[in-house]
Design a protein around this ligand. Structure first.
Ligand SMILES: Cc1cc2nc3c(=O)[nH]c(=O)nc-3n(C[C@H](O)[C@H](O)[C@H](O)COP(=O)(O)OP(=O)(O)OC[C@H]3O[C@@H](n4cnc5c(N)ncnc54)[C@H](O)[C@@H]3O)c2cc1C
Length: 319
């Protein structure tokens, strides 16, 4: 897509000045530490803010956060419908059951909301929002630390990947001693030639091109694991710029917050997802604690009986 069709907000990823970005890059190069550049929006970047991966993966963070609310979490429960009454969220349908709610914090891709609440004009404007699909080829290699940096950008056309990340340099527990993982990020569209290429061929392609940076890449190569995701990066297309800017403030439906990476349509990582979730939780608490008629329907507190559930056939007609 030509850059002329994109919002200038794509440049906001580098929130610091160019001088500060260069200074932090220098700190990273000299110290050998993965200073997180362009990865933090809610908190200011600084030399001690590092890009790290927890042992056992990011799931470990979610498990820790969930510990205090186990029992309140329903896994494997797709939300099938969102009910909006008079501009306010009124309920959700989860696995065939209707549930009256006072507030909804949704982390679904924001362009799914119009499908869950058809006919709600405030949400219709998010329908055309697009996400860029991506392929991740995780290359298993012998040795470690042979790339110029932990995060390497490769925008040149000769490379099928636009970024190479060797996380075990920063988090040695991610690979056995003497071995490493290099993640190659490839842009794609669902169904295109790259998307349909089989995993082995993708690994071969990456290793072949990696040789321009690591001449003995083929000798080091042990195999790969491939992940394809249709929802990787939000596309800040100018066609829906007004709606994107509006979403930063509100969904336009009272009591409905759309947050997280795909819900907020923001290129953010776990840290920022966390900080934004805290902010949304505070907003919901304020909205429901205000004592107005609209806030009278409050969230169920621990120990309270669950809200009344209706079977699908019992549902009222809602818009
Ligand atoms: C390509 C890529 C690379 C990334 N790399 C990093 C990284 O290196 N470090 C980092 O910190 N972060 C990274 N992130 C970001 C990280 O994935 C996100 O910050 C984080 O997972 C976002 O959390 P979330 O809660 O907003 O959304 P998600 O984790 O996407 O959670 C949304 C959940 O909603 C569920 N869902 C969807 N539809 C329904 C439905 N109808 N009903 C119920 N549930 C539904 C989905 O199954 C999903 O579990 C990356 C993201 C992407 C896409």
């Amino acid at each position: 897509m030509p850059a002329s069709q994109l919002s200038r907000a794509v440049g906001d990823k580098l929130s610091s000045s160019i001088a500060r970005t260069l200074a932090l890059t220098l700190v990273s190069a000299v110290s050998g530490r993965p200073v997180a550049l362009g990865y933090s929006v809610e908190k200011p970047e600084h030399a001690r803010l590092l890009l790290v991966y927890p042992e056992r993966g990011v799931g470990a963070l979610c498990e820790t956060l969930a510990q205090r609310v186990w029992g309140k979490i329903r896994l494997g429960s797709p939300v099938e419908r969102l009910y909006v009454e008079d501009g306010r969220v009124a309920g959700v349908r989860v696995t065939g059951l209707d549930l009256a709610v006072s507030a909804v914090a949704s982390t679904l891709p924001v362009n799914v909301l119009p499908r869950l609440a058809p006919g709600v004009a405030a949400l219709e404007r998010f329908r055309d929002f697009r996400f860029r699909p991506m392929i991740f080829v995780s290359l298993r290699l012998v040795g470690r630390g042979f790339l110029p940096a932990i995060i390497n950008w490769t925008p040149e056309r000769e490379f099928p990947f636009f970024r190479l990340v060797e996380a075990p340099v920063a988090a040695p527990w991610l690979a056995p001693e003497g071995k490493t993982l290099v993640m190659a990020d490839l842009g794609a569209e669902v169904g295109d030639a790259m998307w349909n290429m089989d995993d082995e061929a993708l690994g071969e392609l990456c290793v072949e091109r990696l040789a321009a940076i690591v001449p003995d890449a083929r000798r080091r190569y042990l195999g790969c694991t491939v992940t394809r995701t249709p929802l990787a990066y939000p596309v800040f297309h100018l066609g829906y710029e007004e709606a994107r800017l509006a979403l930063a403030h509100s969904t336009g439906v009272e009591g409905l917050w759309s947050t997280g990476r795909n819900g907020g349509f923001a290129h953010i990582l776990m840290e920022d997802v966390y900080w934004r979730a805290c902010a949304v939780a505070a907003q919901i608490a304020r909205a429901l604690g205000g004592g107005s008629a609209a806030s009278a329907r409050r969230l169920t507190a621990p120990g309270e009986p669950a809200p009344r559930l209706r079977r699908p056939g019992e549902e009222r007609q809602r818009t």
